[in-house]
Ligand binder design. Structure first.
Ligand code: GLC
Length: 735
C-alpha cells in the first residue's frame, strides 16, 4: 500500500529526533489534552453540559458562557515537551501554544491541533447519514475538501473524521454521523473523505490529517444503546465493519481513533488483536492510533483493568499511540517503561508514527497560521455556500408523493407549521461546532427566499404541545400545508440513543389534524436517524426526508418542493416499520425459514417483516423503467447491462444499483450485497443502456480466520432502483 506519509527524508529526520528525545519527551508526544476548564462561570461545567444537552440553554448561549471561561492550557508542560497535541478550536490561542512548543521547548517539536470537523466547519454540510444518500464519491470528496480548507485556516491540523461506523440500528444516536448501513457505500465514502481532507500530497497548508473512527464496530452496540457491548463473529467484522476502514487506510488515512466499546470482551482501546495485529500489521496502517476521549480511563469501568496504570500498560502494549485526555500515559508510562513492563521500542514506534504525520502536514516547516489566513472564511465564499446548497438538495429523499402533489407551484399559498420549520440553529445536525447561526437558513426562510406566500404558525413543538388554533389560523389562509416534523439535534449524535424511534411529542397529532382540514399535506422530516412512521406512510400523501442538511437547508428544501431540483436521494439506511424490528438492514442472511408465509418462518406475530422504506429507496418527480438485464462474465469480472428509460415528464437523476447474492457458500451470505452503482441523468422519454462491472475478486467473503474465500457456484445478480425493486439474472461462476 503506497502511503504518502512515508517520506524517506522525513523518516531520516525522525530517526535523528527520536535519538535525541528523552523518555518524558516521547511520552509527551503520545499525550493529547483538552484545555481544562478552571472556572469563570457560575455553574460547574458538567451541569452546564447537562443544561445544553437537555436544551435548557442553546448553543449560542453556551458558546458565550465558554468564551468567558478560564482555561488552563498547561503552558509549563508544553515548554517541558510533555504535551504533543491539543483538542482545540481557537486559532489565536493555538498560535500562542505553538510558539511555546516550537520556540521554548528543548527540541521544538510542534503541537498538532485536532478537532471534530465531521460534516463541515464554518460551512456545515448535511449530516453524513444524509450526504451518503447522494451516492456520489466526487461530492463526498468536495465537501471534505472545503471542510479541510476552512479548518486548516482556523489552525486545526487534524479532523476527527470520517466516522465510518456501519450502522444497522436506528435506535443508535450516532447513526446520524455515519455513512449508513452498507459496507460498500461506506467504503466509497471513506476513500473520498480521506482524499478530500488530506489532498494528494502532504504538506499542503489547506488540508488536514484524517481520522478513521471509531475503530471498530461501534455501530453494532447492543440494542442500539450508545457505548454498549459489541459481540460478533470475526467474519462479520471482516465482511461488514472492517471494509470502510480498509478503504480509508488504502487511501492513506493519517490516523485512526479507537472506539469506546469492547469487541468480544476486550475494549478496542486495549485490544491488541484489533490495533496491532489487524490494523497495523495485516492492513499495513502507517499512521497513528488515538484513543477516543478518555477511553483509556473507561477500561476501568469496562472491568478490563484494575486502575489507570494498568489501563495505560494495556493500551500501550496493544498499539494505542496517543492518549486523548485521560492523563494515563503522562502519569504512568515513564514508570512502566523504567520498570521494564513496556519495551521502549513500543514508544519509539508510537512517536515515529506521530512525528510522521506532524512532518507530513508540514508543521515543522510552517507551524503558525497568519491572522489574515484565520479570517479568510469569516464571510463564507459563494463557492462554499453553493456547494452546501447543492449537497443539501441532493441529500433529500422523496419517500412518497401521492397524486404528484409535488412539486408545488409558486402561486400556492402555504400554511407552514411545526416548530422545526423556524429554528435555523436546528438545521446543522449533531457535531457542527464551527458555524455561525447567522449563516443558517431555516425552512421557513428558504420558502420565503423562494418567493412563496407563507402563513407560519408553530402549531406544535418537538417537545411542546399541539395547538389546534394555530393550525386552523394558518390552514384557513392557505391551499396547501407544509408540516415540518422530526427530532431536535439533541435527539441524535453521541449519547443520544432512543428506544422509541417514532415522531417525538404530539407531532403526529398535528399531522392528523392537518389532514382533517382537507388541504393537501406535505410532511418534511428533519431528523438524525431513520424514524418508524407507519401512520405517516399510510396517511400523509407526501413525505420528504430532509434530514439535517446544514446551513443551506431552507433553500435546498425550497428548491425541491418547488421543482427547481428534482429529488434524487437514495436511502443510505433502512427505515424500520417499528422499533421492534431493530436492528433492521437489507444485507441480512436468508435464515433457514425465510419469508412470512408459513407459521414456522422467521417473522413476528405482531409486526410486519418488511421495513417501511428499504435501503437504496428514493422517488423522483419522474419515473424510470428498467428492462433487458443482461449478465455475462469474463475471466475476472461480471458484467451487467440494463436498459433504463425516463418514462415521466421531468428530467431526473437515477442511481442504478447492482447487488449480488452468493446462493450457496461455506458461510451463510446476505440475501443481497451492494457491489456497484452509477448515476445517470435522463431527459423525459430518453432511454439508455447502463453497464456495471464487478471484479470477481469482490464477490468473495472472509471466513472467521480472515481467509478470503472465492467459492465457485451460482450467483444471483440484481440491478435496480433500490435494494427491493430489481431485475434479476442467475449466473454460474468459476473463479
Ligand atoms: C467524542 C467522540 C469522538 C470525538 C471525540 C473528541 O466522545 O466519541 O467521535 O471525536 O470525543 O471530541
Amino acid at each position: 500500500m503506497t502511503n504518502f506519509w512515508l517520506i524517506p527524508d522525513n523518516e531520516k529526520r525522525i530517526d535523528d529526533l527520536i535519538d535525541k528525545m528523552t523518555l518524558e519527551e516521547k511520552i509527551g508526544q503520545m499525550t493529547q489534552l483538552s484545555p481544562s476548564i478552571v472556572g469563570g462561570f457560575d455553574l460547574p461545567f458538567p451541569e452546564l453540559i447537562e443544561m445544553l444537552t437537555e436544551g435548557r440553554i442553546g448553543q449560542e448561549e453556551f458558546k458565550k458562557i465558554m468564551q468567558n471561561a478560564e482555561m488552563d492550557y498547561r503552558e509549563d508542560q508544553i515548554r517541558a515537551g510533555k504535551i504533543g497535541s491539543f483538542l482545540l478550536n481557537n486559532p489565536t490561542k493555538a498560535n500562542e501554544l505553538q510558539r511555546i512548543a516550537v520556540e521554548e521547548s528543548r527540541l521544538g517539536i510542534p503541537l498538532i491541533f485536532g478537532f471534530d470537523v465531521i460534516h463541515g466547519f464554518k460551512t456545515v454540510f448535511p449530516i453524513p447519514l444524509a450526504e451518503a444518500c447522494i451516492w456520489d464519491e466526487d461530492i463526498f470528496a468536495q465537501t471534505a475538501r472545503i471542510s479541510a480548507r476552512e479548518a486548516r485556516s482556523h489552525n486545526i491540523h487534524w479532523a476527527f473524521s470520517p466516522m465510518l461506523d456501519v450502522s444497522r440500528d436506528a435506535r443508535w444516536g450516532r447513526i446520524a454521523e455515519s455513512p449508513g448501513e452498507d459496507p460498500f457505500l461506506a467504503s466509497v465514502y471513506a476513500r473520498a473523505k480521506v482524499r478530500g481532507l488530506q489532498g494528494n500530497a502532504p504538506g499542503a497548508d489547506d488540508h488536514v490529517a484524517a481520522c478513521l473512527k471509531h475503530y471498530i464496530a461501534y455501530g453494532a452496540a447492543e440494542s442500539g444503546q450508545d457505548y454498549n457491548t459489541v459481540s460478533m463473529a470475526d467474519s462479520l467484522l471482516y465482511n461488514v465493519y472492517l471494509p470502510p476502514f480498509q478503504s480509508g487506510v488504502a487511501a492513506g488515512a493519517a490516523t485512526v481513533m479507537s472506539a469506546f466499546n469492547d469487541y468480544n470482551g476486550v475494549p478496542c482501546t486495549i485490544n491488541e488483536f484489533l490495533l496491532r495485529d489487524l490494523l497495523k500489521e495485516r492492513l499495513g496502517f502507517a499512521g497513528f492510533v488515538v484513543s477516543d476521549a478518555n477511553s483509556i480511563d473507561d477500561c476501568i469501568r469496562h472491568g478490563s483493568t484494575a486502575d489507570l496504570e494498568e489501563a495505560a500498560l494495556k493500551s500501550c502494549l496493544a498499539g494505542l499511540d496517543m492518549d486523548m485526555n485521560s492523563h494515563a500515559y503522562s502519569t504512568y508510562l515513564k514508570k512502566l517503561v523504567e520498570q521494564g513492563d513496556i519495551p521502549s521500542e513500543l514508544l519509539d514506534d508510537a512517536v515515529r508514527r506521530i512525528l510522521r504525520i506532524k512532518m507530513g502536514l508540514g508543521l515543522f516547516d510552517h507551524p503558525y497560521v497568519s491572522q489574515e489566513k484565520m479570517s479568510l472564511y469569516d464571510v463564507l465564499p459563494d463557492e462554499h455556500i453553493e456547494l452546501a446548497r447543492e449537497t443539501a438538495r441532493r441529500s433529500i429523499v422523496l419517500l412518497k408523493n401521492e397524486d404528484n402533489i409535488l412539486p408545488i407551484d409558486q402561486s400556492r399559498r402555504v400554511a407552514l407549521i411545526g416548530e422545526l420549520a423556524d429554528l435555523p440553529e436546528e438545521v446543522v445536525g449533531s457535531w457542527a461546532m464551527g458555524f455561525n447561526v447567522t449563516d443558517c437558513v431555516s425552512i421557513r426562510q428558504g420558502l420565503l427566499n423562494a418567493g412563496l406566500e407563507i402563513f407560519y404558525e408553530k402549531t406544535c413543538g418537538v417537545a411542546s404541545p399541539f395547538d389546534p388554533d394555530e393550525l386552523q389560523r394558518a390552514a384557513d389562509r392557505a391551499d396547501v400545508i407544509i408540516a415540518v416534523v422530526g427530532e431536535l439535534i439533541s435527539m441524535s449524535g453521541e449519547a443520544a440513543s432512543r428506544a422509541d424511534i417514532s415522531l417525538p411529542g404530539q407531532q403526529e397529532t398535528m399531522l392528523k389534524a392537518a389532514l382533517k382540514t382537507g388541504k393537501p399535506v406535505i410532511a418534511v422530516l428533519m431528523n438524525g436517524r431513520p424514524l418508524a412512521i407507519p401512520w405517516l406512510k399510510d396517511h400523509v400523501p407526501v413525505i420528504v426526508e430532509a434530514w439535517q442538511l446544514g446551513i443551506q437547508m431552507g433553500n435546498a428544501v425550497a428548491d425541491v418542493l418547488l421543482g427547481d431540483y428534482n429529488p434524487s436521494g437514495k436511502l443510505s439506511c433502512t427505515f424500520p416499520a417499528q422499533v421492534g424490528q431493530c436492528p433492521r438492514y437489507y444485507n441480512h442472511p436468508s435464515t433457514g425459514r425465510p419469508g412470512a408465509k408459513s407459521k414456522f418462518s422467521s417473522r413476528y406475530l405482531d409486526a410486519p417483516l418488511e421495513p417501511l422504506f428499504p435501503f437504496g429507496f428514493g422517488l423522483s418527480y419522474t419515473t424510470f423503467s428498467y428492462d433487458n438485464l443482461k449478465v455475462e462474465q469474463t475471466a475476472d469480472q461480471v458484467l451487467a447491462s440494463v436498459e433504463i428509460s425516463n418514462t415521466g415528464k421531468y428530467a431526473g437523476e437515477e442511481t442504478v444499483q447492482l447487488y449480488i447474492q452468493d446462493i450457496t457458500a461455506s458461510l451463510v451470505r446476505p440475501v443481497k450485497e451492494l457491489k456497484a452503482f452509477t448515476k445517470i441523468l435522463l431527459q423525459p422519454g430518453q432511454r439508455t443502456t447502463v453497464s456495471l462491472a464487478v471484479p470477481k475478486a469482490h464477490m468473495g467473503f472472509y471466513n472467521n480466520t480472515m481467509d478470503h474465500r472465492l467459492e465457485d457456484g451460482a450467483f444471483n445478480i440484481y440491478v435496480g432502483t433500490n435494494f427491493r425493486d430489481c431485475l434479476q439474472e442467475r449466473i454460474d461462476i468459476a473463479f
